[in-house]
Design a protein around this ligand. Structure first.
Ligand code: KIV
Length: 283
């Protein structure tokens, strides 16, 4: 049996200490979770990116705790060995500590082993309260998509020396508050290297260069299902959109030509029952 990955085992994964880089991929349903798990990822993130890549929204601000809980439950029903991390959506941890605890508990009860939340020092009281309530927390700093309106778009962060030092300070504070790992999104690679070197918990990069303790990408980007948005940090390993359209086109052609379904793809009565059916219908 494959060993279930735990928060302490992930927390210990610093590349500088000889660990292999962590692999995190998003998933939002059971088949996706099976695929990511079979590929050997260490962590599955039920990201609020579900808003953009699955639900068709333009940003991540539209999803709710109930949405993430619904997708987390689907992912956890796949019983992955990877650690399932549920994203706390916008406004689920901004109002009060009580609210944050209640919302995080909903995600843990849906099957997550940890939660992730965006933001730096402003979120420290929430992080501390979650850890005190035995809920493991992954931080997320740099380009935080929930701040899209405040940032004036999805913009790379930490581009000046003061901004870079601010990110280092935020990372240290989050680690000190008890985060077991943190996502570094959309920051220059030198800044990501600095942050990674200044905390004793793993950093997991996305658009943050090669010097993090791991990397995360969105399922639909890796597999080439997402067609609309293609940031420069995405490497596509398949073109499932084109393959899917091609397969569906062949299905449509087979239906229209009458070649689907074949006899082998249909259910049949036995000759005896078919004859009896004739007798009944003629009476
Ligand atoms: O929601 C998400 O997919 C994320 C990753 C991009 C880190 O937060």
């Amino acid at each position: 049996m494959v060993q279930k990955l735990t928060v302490p085992s992930i927390r210990a994964c610093k590349v500088a200490d000889g660990a292999d880089p962590l692999v995190m991929v998003t998933a939002y349903d059971a088949p996706g979770a099976h695929m990511v798990d079979e590929a050997g990822a260490d962590l599955i993130l039920v990201g609020d990116s579900v808003a953009m890549v699955v639900l068709g929204f333009e940003d991540t601000l539209q999803v709710t705790v109930d949405d993430i809980a619904h997708h987390t439950a689907a992912v956890s029903r796949a019983r992955p060995s990877a650690l399932v991390v549920a994203d706390m959506p916008w406004m689920s941890f901004h109002v009060s500590v009580e609210d944050t605890l209640h919302n995080a508990a909903t995600l843990i009860r849906a099957g997550a082993g940890a939660v992730k939340l965006e933001g730096g020092r402003r979120r420290l009281p929430m992080v501390e309260a979650l850890v005190a309530a035995e809920i493991p927390v992954m931080g997320h700093i740099g380009l935080t998509p929930q701040s899209v309106n405040l940032m004036g778009g999805f913009r790379v962060q930490g581009r000046s020396a003061p901004a870079a030092l601010d990110l280092v300070a935020a990372a240290k504070a989050l680690a000190h508050a008890g985060c077991f790992a943190m996502v570094l999104e959309g920051v220059p690679d030198q800044v990501a290297a600095m942050v990674t070197g200044s905390v004793d918990v793993p950093t997991i990069g996305i658009g943050a260069g090669p010097d993090c303790d791991g990397q995360v990408l969105v399922f639909h980007d890796v597999l080439g299902i997402e067609q609309n948005i293609r940031p420069k940090f995405v490497r596509r390993y398949a073109d499932l959109h084109s393959e899917g359209v091609e397969a569906l086109t062949r299905f449509a052609a087979d239906v229209r030509s009458g070649s689907f379904p074949s006899v082998g793809e249909s259910y049949r009565l036995s000759d005896e029952d078919f004859e009896a059916l004739g007798l009944y219908s003629s009476t």
